[in-house]
Design a protein around this ligand. Structure first.
Ligand SMILES: [Zn+2]
Ligand SMILES: [Zn+2]
Ligand SMILES: [Zn+2]
Length: 142
């Protein structure tokens, strides 16, 4: 079973056009294991302390370029990322995010796709961000 899983991860990277390396495979597995919602480079450094920061950053850029990760600017000042769970990652324009202005956590609404905005002719969209800012339920109870 473990063998099949390993194979699947490599295949996902290859199909997205990512050259498979040990560190890319490690990061790809880690982001799906460790994070349910969005994460920052600093969060990834905490869970993978043996890999240096610049390698982690470059790996995140490769996975984002390959459309396996979404990038979110939630206004916190730290770039956030999340895993794209869309079947066709290349044509996924992303999902809605909720960001808490108190604890600065950003949650994925994976099932809520970003509404289709009519764009002027000649404008080719590459990505769309839709971030709802507010107070999360945990902070609301305090
Ligand atoms: Zn997506
Ligand atoms: Zn909060
Ligand atoms: Zn997300």
């Amino acid at each position: 079973m473990a063998y099949l899983d390993k194979h699947d991860d490599e295949r996902v990277l290859e199909q997205a056009g990512v050259r498979v390396t040990a560190v890319r495979l490690l990061v790809w597995r880690e982001v799906r294991r460790a994070f349910h919602d969005t994460f920052s480079l600093a969060d990834l450094e905490d869970t993978l302390p043996t890999v240096d920061r610049s390698t982690l950053f470059r790996t995140l850029v490769s996975l984002t370029d390959a459309h396996l990760l979404h990038e979110i600017d939630d206004g916190s000042g730290a770039q956030k990322y999340c895993v794209c769970h869309h079947d066709d990652t290349r044509h996924c324009l992303g999902h809605v995010h909720l960001t808490c202005v108190r604890c600065h956590r950003t949650f994925c609404l994976k099932d809520v796709t970003i509404p289709n905005v009519p764009l002027p002719e000649g404008f080719a969209p590459e990505e769309t961000e839709y971030v709802v800012k507010g107070i999360c339920s945990r902070c609301n109870k305090e």
